[in-house]
Design a protein around this ligand. Structure first.
Ligand code: UD1
Length: 423
């Protein structure tokens, strides 16, 4: 039997929670550390979630040395990265493994990496990534479930990033960092995680300019050397705890955050009647009666798609009707069927959710099928009357480090039950 959370709702949250490093920064940066043929990288504030653990195993299988030298610190040495084939069973498990293809092309000129799995939130193809590799001269084909490229000499080029794809922007930066010539990305993603990656590659001796704008220019260098870097705080984890506080009631201080990365979320929470105060690298949220507020997900700095699900869980308790539009992924409302079991009143029409707030949820057995949908179910469970059992915790573990411990410390009644045993 797989792990589940058992949550008795109704406790207000109070106290302080420390936010970990950003998963979506750590995945590219841990991969990029293996671009260095010299020296070692020390990465700090690396979250210890299952996606990162899998990525580390892939890098080890390629010949790198990866050690977790402290709870949130990784040491990576990649002099001996010699194997160009990523183990299929590991690579298929996470979306971030596509970056390993960029790494292998950059370091070895060829690679073989399983097409990624990840969450069930839409088709999530890799066609933009493949187009990008081809724009740099790689001859990548998809065969037997994997991206495969024979040995080629890459060269810089101009590339338009469709839909300002985050993953494609990351992959192009990683590949181009060691590719001779200049690569220019138009319509690049502007997410803070892209800036974090560029800062790290530049610290290793790379030349990446314009990260955080829509045009990124990468001048390929001959060699990169390991460097020390601290991963930025996870704005999605922070946003999740903010929304949980608003839903459950209470007052929580979040530490280790960059409030500027959460501008839209803070604005929307305030519009929804919540008290939010920023102070240095902390944010204080005090729950107030919830007003219904419409949201449309957008690329950064718009409202993040990764907080859409917990936002819907919050709006399910609002006074009034709200409309939530998902513009990034086509299938991100699946979790609402589970929320409806808890008493939510939600109608979904393609990419639009219409939510009529109810005064309370009631606990029920529900199942998480993706990271953020899982976080939404926990959000609802904290506020629900009675007990909610959230199964599918392995999805939640992909993006949140020890969520149950952080919530317990804030006063929530939540337990992890694994194989019938409590943990
Ligand atoms: C990343 C994040 C994810 C976040 C998303 C949007 C990581 C590991 N994951 O995902 O948490 O929700 O950005 O902020 O950083 N697309 C294609 N073909 C492709 C690539 C993407 O059609 O080859 C589509 C996707 O299905 C989606 C859109 O483009 O509809 C944007 O996706 P993208 O920005 O690439 O998201 P990810 O990098 O997968």
């Amino acid at each position: 039997m797989a792990a589940k959370f058992v949550v008795r709702g109704g406790n207000r949250l109070s106290g302080t929670v420390t936010i970990g490093g950003a998963k979506n920064s750590a995945l590219p940066i841990v991969t990029a550390a293996a671009l260095a043929a010299e020296g070692e990288s020390i990465l700090e504030n690396v979250p210890d979630n299952s996606d990162i653990q899998h990525l580390c195993k892939i890098l080890e299988a390629l010949g790198c040395r990866v050690e977790r030298v402290a709870e949130t610190t990784l040491r990576i040495q990649a002099q001996h990265l010699e194997n160009h084939v990523a183990p299929y069973h590991l690579a298929r498990r996470l979306r971030g493994s596509t970056y390993v293809m960029g790494l292998l092309l950059a370091r070895l000129g060829r690679g073989e990496v399983a097409c990624p799995g990840g969450c069930e939130i839409g088709a999530r193809p890799v066609d933009f990534h493949l187009k990008g590799f081809r724009a740099l001269g790689a001859d990548v084909v998809v065969e037997h479930g994997a991206m495969v490229s024979q040995k080629v000499n890459l060269r810089g080029g101009r590339f338009y990033v469709d839909r300002a794809s985050v993953g494609t922007t990351v992959n192009m930066i990683i590949t181009a960092a060691l590719t001779p010539g200049v690569t220019v990305l138009e319509n690049a993603a502007c997410e803070p995680e892209i800036v974090d990656l560029a800062n790290f590659i530049n610290a290793m001796g790379g030349r990446v300019r314009g990260a955080g704008t829509n045009t990124v220019r990468i001048e390929g260098v001959d060699r990169l050397c390991g460097a020390r870097h601290e991963i930025i705080p996870d704005r999605i984890e922070a946003g999740t705890y903010m929304l949980m506080t608003a839903a459950a009631g209470g007052e929580v201080v979040l530490e280790n955050v960059i409030p500027e990365h959460l501008g839209t979320v803070i604005a929307k929470l305030v519009e929804a009647g919540q008290e939010v105060e920023e102070h240095g690298d902390t944010i204080r949220v005090k729950a107030r009666p919830i007003r219904a507020v419409d949201v449309e997900t957008q690329v950064y700095p718009g409202f993040p798609t990764d907080l859409q699900s917990p936002w819907v869980a919050l709006m399910g308790l609002a006074d009034g009707i709200s409309v939530v539009q998902e513009t990034i992924f086509e299938n991100r409302f699946g979790f609402t069927n589970e929320l409806i079991r808890m008493g939510a009143k939600i109608k979904v029409d393609r990419n639009t959710g219409i939510i009529r707030g109810v005064p309370r949820y009631t606990g029920a057995p529900v199942e998480a099928r993706d990271i953020r949908g899982g976080a939404a179910l926990v959000t609802a469970a904290l506020a629900a009357e009675g007990v909610t059992e959230v199964s599918g915790v392995r999805y939640i573990d992909r993006g949140y480090t020890r969520m149950e411990e952080k919530l317990s410390a804030l006063g929530a009644d939540i337990r992890r039950v694994d194989n019938g045993c409590e943990k």
